[in-house]
Design a protein around this ligand. Structure first.
Ligand SMILES: [Zn+2]
Length: 166
């Protein structure tokens, strides 16, 4: 067996700030509408993105993330957090009118120990809830829903998120 000496690979493998493969960095940057739909990106502007969660806790489970790759909520300035809260509140308005939930769970999981699926890029979950939906909602589930179902939800919500899209 030949062993290829490729020392430049080491810097790639060990780069501490390697963010390749981070969905919150990569997906909102897509410009093609079909690719954005496939990636479930509903909205993005210079500071925030909104995506449908591929492994939702409930129907129409959204995620709101800053465009900056950071895990440090404590370091976030009011200037950075303002647009995020603004988009979280917009998600609530849009979901209220799109699917009339009875309530919401909204929050962020900081760190793997707290259940963050992607721990190195801050993101907020906006989970609409309905009375009696607990059977559907796994406590810590990785429940895969059918892609058609996600795409149907995407197509329903997408037009509602077009205002101020950039
Ligand atoms: Zn990232």
């Amino acid at each position: 067996m030949k062993v290829l000496w490729a020392p430049w690979r080491l810097s790639y493998v060990s780069a501490p700030d390697a963010k390749s493969g981070c969905i919150f960095c990569d997906k909102p940057g897509l410009t093609d509408a079909a690719q954005r739909r496939q990636a479930l990106v509903l909205y993005s502007d210079a500071s925030v993105s909104i995506m449908l969660n591929r492994y939702p806790y409930s129907n129409a489970h959204l995620m709101v993330a800053p465009r900056t790759h950071s895990a440090d909520l404590g370091a976030m300035t009011a200037e950075q957090s303002g647009p995020i809260l603004e988009q979280v509140s917009r998600c609530v308005r849009i979901l209220d009118s799109a699917c009339s939930p009875a309530g919401f769970n909204i929050g962020a999981n900081l760190g793997l120990a707290a259940g963050a699926g992607i721990a190195d890029h801050l993101h907020w979950h906006v989970v609409p809830r309905w009375e009696g939906d607990t059977n559907f909602m796994p406590v810590l589930g990785d429940v895969k829903v059918m892609p058609e179902h996600l795409e149907a939800t995407y197509d329903k919500l997408y037009p509602m998120f077009q205002e101020n899209q950039s």
